[in-house]
Design a protein around this ligand. Structure first.
Ligand code: RRO
Length: 309
C-alpha cells in the first residue's frame, strides 16, 4: 500500500515520525551502523529540542518507569545553538530522511535567534517550536496561553518560509484554543501531545523521585488522553496535526489517523526498541487493510475538518 503523505508541503514516504527527544540517532547509528540508514524507522527525523545556550539538563534521577509508561525529567540537555550547528547538524544532515529541528527559547529574542540560526541551513526542512517553556518576560508558559502563542508565531513567521510545526502541551483545559492561536499566527502544522505533568515519590525518602522534583508522563498510559486532544484539535484547525502519545502498534497509529491526524510520532516505544518505528509502520499497513481502507488518502485528515470540539 502507498503510505505517502503530504505534511505542511513536505512529501513524506509514510506517516510515522519520531517524537522529539525520544530517539538518539547518533547513538543508534553507532549501534546499528549503516543498517539504520538502509531501513530508517521514520519518514522525517525530529531532533531533540535545542536552546540558544548549552544546558547540562536536570540532576538525576531523570527517569522512572510507571505502569504503562514513564516519567521523564531530562531538562533539555543540549549543546546550544552553536554546538548543535557545528557538531550535530552535519551528522543529522546525512540521514536518509528530511530533518526537522526542534527549538525552545524563553523570549521572542531567543526564539528568533534559534529560528534564524537553524532555518537558513539546507539540511533543515522544517522547524518544531517547543512552546512548553516559561516566557522570561511575562512569566507565563507560552504554550498554555493563546495570546502568548499567537504573538510568538507572529514574531517568528516572517523569519522563514520553512514549515513551522508548533508542539502543543496537553497541560491545558482547551488545547484547541492554543492550536487555533498557532494557526492564526501562521503555523504550518501542530503536533501533540507533549508529556502530561506528573510526579513520582521515592517512598524511601518520602521526597520526589526525580532530581528536579517532577516530570512528564508518556507512554501507553496517556494514549487515550492524547487521542481525545488530537480529535479536538483536528476538528478545530485546518493545518495538519501530528498525533502522538503512547503509540506502540500499527493499530495505535491508525487510531490517531482516524481521529484526524495527518501523521503520527512514536516516542516512548523507541526507548525499549529503537526499531519500533519500522514495526509500527509495517503494522499500520496491515491495520489499514484490515479496516478496509484502500488508501491513506481516504482517512479523515484529508477530508474537510469537522467543526465539533
Ligand atoms: O527535556 C525534557 O525534559 C523534556 C522536554 Br524539552 C519536553 O518537551 N518534553 C518532555 O517530556 N521532556
Amino acid at each position: 500500500m502507498d503510505l505517502a503523505v503530504q505534511l505542511a508541503g513536505l512529501d513524506l514516504e509514510h506517516p510515522v515520525l519520531n517524537g522529539s527527544g525520544t530517539f538518539d540517532v547518533i547513538a543508534a547509528r553507532r549501534a546499528f551502523g549503516d543498517a539504520l540508514l538502509a531501513e530508517f524507522p521514520f519518514s522525517m527525523f525530529v531532533s531533540k529540542t535545542i536552546t540558544p545556550e548549552p544546558r547540562a539538563g536536570n540532576p538525576p534521577p531523570r527517569l522512572i518507569e510507571t505502569p504503562a509508561g514513564m516519567i521523564n525529567s531530562i531538562g533539555l540537555p543540549n549543546k546550544g545553538l552553536e554546538g548543535f550547528l557545528a557538531a550535530d547538524l552535519p551528522v543529522l544532515g546525512e540521514l536518509p530522511v528530511p530533518l526537522c529541528v526542534s527549538v525552545m527559547g524563553t523570549s521572542h529574542g531567543e526564539f528568533e535567534r534559534l529560528v534564524e540560526g537553524v532555518a537558513g541551513r539546507d539540511e533543515v526542512v522544517a522547524l518544531e517550536l517547543n512552546i512548553s517553556c516559561p516566557n522570561v518576560e511575562s512569566g507565563l508558559i507560552v504554550g498554555e496561553q493563546a495570546p502568548e502563542t499567537l504573538s510568538l508565531l507572529q514574531a517568528l513567521r516572517p523569519i522563514t518560509q520553512k514549515p513551522l510545526i508548533v508542539k502543543l502541551t496537553p497541560n491545558v483545559a482547551d488545547p484547541a484554543s492554543i492550536a487555533r492561536a498557532a494557526e492564526e499566527g501562521g503555523a504550518d502544522a501542530v503536533s501533540l501531545i507533549n508529556t502530561l505533568k506528573a510526579t513520582a515519590i521515592d517512598t524511601r525518602t518520602l521526597g520526589p523521585w526525580h532530581g528536579a522534583g517532577r516530570g512528564g508522563l508518556s507512554g501507553p498510559a496517556i494514549h487515550h488522553v492524547a487521542l481525545e486532544q488530537v480529535r479536538a484539535v483536528a476538528g478545530a484547525v485546518s493545518v495538519p496535526v501530528i498525533g502522538m502519545g503512547g503509540i506502540e502498534s500499527g493499530a495505535d497509529a491508525l487510531s490517531f489517523l482516524a481521529a484526524g491526524a495527518a501523521a503520527v510520532a512514536v516516542g516512548t516505544a523507541n526507548f525499549r526498541d529503537p526499531l519500533a518505528g519500522s514495526r509500527i509502520r509495517a503494522e499500520l499497513e496491515t491495520a489499514l487493510a484490515e479496516a478496509g481502507v484502500g488508501s491513506i488518502s481516504d482517512l479523515p485528515a484529508r477530508t474537510a475538518p469537522s467543526t465539533s470540539t
